[in-house]
Design a protein around this ligand. Structure first.
Ligand SMILES: [Zn+2]
Length: 139
């Protein structure tokens, strides 16, 4: 149970009063839904759109984040998933959720592979694994 808290987690609280389980934005203690700066940006975007009180759509929120890498892409997908989950159940909603899950898995896989490659290329490992061109020299 405690292992779930090893992941960086947003300091915010959801509307139902539970702790927010979203991953915080880079350099922030809060996720996209709770970061005061993003919330202010969103309110501004809303007032500009003239639709006061209306919840920001994922595309409105996407306007407040810069997609600098896979972590932001994962965050975007997470927000899209939450927005979609908030909709009434329908075949289209389920299709969208499946697509989000597949896209999320694809990005996640790329991130995991990148981490593994980086670990393999780390200086501490250089020399530890015999390189094919150097092992041939012994004969
Ligand atoms: Zn949050």
């Amino acid at each position: 149970m405690s292992k779930t808290h090893l992941r960086r987690q947003c300091q915010g609280t959801t509307r139902t009063g539970n702790e927010c389980r979203m991953q915080p934005l880079k350099g922030s203690k809060w996720c996209w839904n709770h970061d005061p700066k993003v919330v202010a940006d969103r309110a501004h975007a809303r007032s500009r759109g003239g639709a006061a009180g209306k919840r920001a759509t994922p595309s409105e929120m996407a306007g407040t984040i810069s997609l600098q890498g896979p972590q932001e892409a994962l965050l975007l997908l997470e927000v899209a998933a939450n927005e979609t989950l908030a909709l009434d159940n329908s075949a289209g909603r389920n299709r969208t959720l499946v697509q989000i899950a597949l896209a999320w898995a694809r990005v996640w896989e790329a991130v995991a592979l990148e981490h593994r490659v980086r670990a393999l290329e780390s200086p501490s490992l250089v020399g530890a694994v015999p390189h094919p061109t150097t092992t041939g020299e012994r004969s």
